[in-house]
Design a protein. Structure first.
Lengths: 290, 303
């Protein structure tokens, strides 16, 4: 009973911290944009606090006013998110999937070919996202619309900016650590299938890696959408930055921050669900994957 | 630094090449906007990488591009050393203090901002707010460096604080305390300098690489990176965009036999502007690769 209570308390604390991160981000970016000359007049509010209150009311009511170009902000953010989120999620899945297959394959010693493939992927992963997007445009003439473009975008996001490289290294070190544990050894000796014991233990590290990579992916999406001309949240944000569009930019930064913070919150929820001990050790929680 | 691994060798070569090119660029007196020859020449002795569509020497522009990131990148490293290292060390050394607790919350908040989003929003505000953006073109790169550094602080501080926390419980720290050494001496000399040097160096390499990444990305996109006509590896790539279709048609081989493919590539290089496309690509990949290799060397130096 007491254990469950402490788990609940931890979750409560994490949720509070999530709310704090998102709220403070809205204050910081709001203040920065408020300080731009002429922003206060365009916002139609006298003080920053009044504007902030209006903004948060708008978040829950579903009406964030209009951007400087006169388009409803809420609708714009949603439309952008519906384009960008599938890209981000599929890039994560692709990258983690490829990484997992490679790690397991190389863990069982595939030989020279596997190592060469791994080295090639690491080298390719060095390319910045904008460069991969540019090369894809140049070499493969990616069309400005349609499934071929989406495919190219997902592959580029899953590779570029060191994405696959980092995922691969993170998964590898987790896998190695796990394979050395006593219970895996004993499962091996008993002759029971090892993966049944390994899989649940990999769930948390994989989720952790995915959560930390989301912030990188959002940066990648911003650049890639500009290069390929995808009308997603990154492109909308980049265009809005040009005019220091207060309502739109704050909405986008708050949305993006809540994605990043939400992902790490989700990992903590998963930890409570998966790990019966509910570790108090914070170090395991925030183990770096870089 | 002893060169014990191939990572260290590669990293040392790349870093010294970047520094060397920056030094050469300091002695070049070239007007970045002025044409030096006819546009779109192939490679020759006078212009090793040919000229671009405005007749500017691509090789010189490649060298001069190092001005855009070497010193600002070092500036970013300095910022992180001044802010991130003391912060991380303090959080690890006094984990129960209320002040460091607040610092940790602050780092969580900053850590939730994606690097490029922070950079783009703040640079845009900076550009709109200053009265004469052209006069601030130089300062813009340093603002960029400052922002990349700030977005890097949580990562460094987190890793450093974990490490300091481990060392802080070690016996040698207790022994040093018993000898009457002050907290600051134990922290800076015995823990940071003696045991966390490699970790900090590794993060510095990662930061420099990520600054290069952000700078070239933004310069490629235009608006917030290096202001043209000043060159950057990113905007050399975007300048050559108009030539891409021509280069593609030149490079298209008659068949997929190796000989024909090489011939097509040669055609694209001598007649088209293919080198202006290949050179920055290779430069970016090699630079980032070298820096990451160096970072790995430091990670394994004391594993």
């Amino acid at each position: 009973m007491r254990r469950r209570l402490s788990a609940l308390r931890q979750l409560g604390r994490r949720t509070l911290s999530f709310a704090l991160v998102v709220f403070v981000s809205s204050v910081v970016f709001g203040l920065l944009l408020w300080s731009v000359p002429g922003a206060a007049e365009k916002a139609g509010e006298d003080t920053f606090l009044a504007w902030l209150a209006g903004f948060w009311k708008g978040v829950f009511v579903g009406d964030l006013g209009r951007s400087y170009r006169g388009v409803p902000v809420y609708e714009m953010v949603w439309r952008g998110a519906l384009r960008s989120l599938p890209l981000i999620v599929s890039a994560l899945v692709l990258s983690l999937g490829t990484g997992a297959v490679l790690v397991v394959a190389l863990g069982h010693r595939i030989g020279g070919m596997g190592r060469a493939l791994r080295a090639a992927l690491h080298a390719l992963s060095l390319c910045p996202v904008f460069l991969l997007g540019y090369l894809a445009l140049v070499l493969f003439a990616v069309p400005p619309e349609g499934p071929r473009q989406a495919f190219a975008a997902v592959v580029i996001l899953a590779l570029g900016d060191g994405m696959l490289s980092d995922v691969l290294l993170g998964l590898e070190s987790e896998y190695r650590r796990l394979m050395r544990r006593d219970f895996v050894q004993s499962a091996r000796l008993r002759g029971t299938p090892v993966w049944r014991h390994v899989l649940p233990h990999m769930a948390l590290p994989v989720a952790q890696i995915a959560a930390t990579r989301i912030a990188w992916l959002i940066g990648g999406v911003l650049v890639l959408e500009m290069v390929l001309g995808i009308q997603g949240i990154g492109l909308i944000g980049y265009r809005a930055a040009d005019t220091a569009d207060l309502p739109l930019l704050v909405a986008i930064t708050v949305f993006v921050t809540s994605l990043v913070a939400g992902a790490s919150l989700l990992v903590d929820v998963l930890r409570v669900l998966v790990d019966p001990r509910v570790r108090k050790d914070r170090r395991a929680a925030s183990r770096s994957t870089a | 630094m002893r060169l014990r691994s191939w990572e260290a060798v590669l990293g040392a070569i790349v870093v010294s090449m970047l520094m060397g090119l920056r030094l050469i660029a300091a002695f070049l007196v070239v007007d970045p906007a002025a044409p030096t020859d006819a546009p779109l020449l192939g490679p020759s002795r006078a212009h090793p990488f040919g000229t671009d569509q405005l007749g500017r020497d691509v090789f010189l522009r490649m060298v001069e591009s190092t001005e855009a990131f070497v010193i600002p990148g070092l500036f970013a490293v300095a910022v992180v050393l001044v802010i991130g290292v003391p912060l991380g060390a303090a959080i690890g050394f006094w984990p129960r203090s209320r002040l460091t607790g607040a610092a940790r919350v602050g780092l969580t908040i900053v850590g939730a901002w994606p690097r490029l989003v922070l950079v783009v929003v703040v640079i845009a505000i900076f550009m709109v707010s200053v009265s004469d953006p052209a006069a601030w073109a130089d300062a813009r790169l340093y603002v960029l460096a400052l922002l990349v550094a700030i977005s890097f602080v949580p990562q460094l501080a987190q890793e450093l604080s974990e490490r300091v926390l481990i060392f802080q419980r070690e016996q040698f720290v207790e022994a040093a305390r018993a000898h009457g050494l002050s907290d600051s001496r134990i922290l800076f000399v015995h823990i940071l300098w003696a045991n966390c040097r490699e970790l900090v160096l590794r993060q510095c390499c990662l930061l420099f690489a990520s600054f290069l990444l952000v700078e070239t990305s933004l310069s490629y996109l235009g608006d917030y990176g290096v202001p043209p006509p000043r060159p950057s590896w990113g905007n050399i790539l975007s300048d050559v965009r108009s030539q891409v279709i021509h280069v593609r048609s030149l490079a298209r081989p008659d068949s997929w036999m190796p000989g024909d493919v090489i011939e097509g590539l040669g055609r694209a290089i001598t007649e088209g502007a293919a080198l202006a496309l290949i050179a920055p690509t290779v430069a970016i990949v090699v630079s980032i690769g070298g820096l990451l290799a160096l970072a790995r060397h430091f990670a394994e130096a004391r594993a």
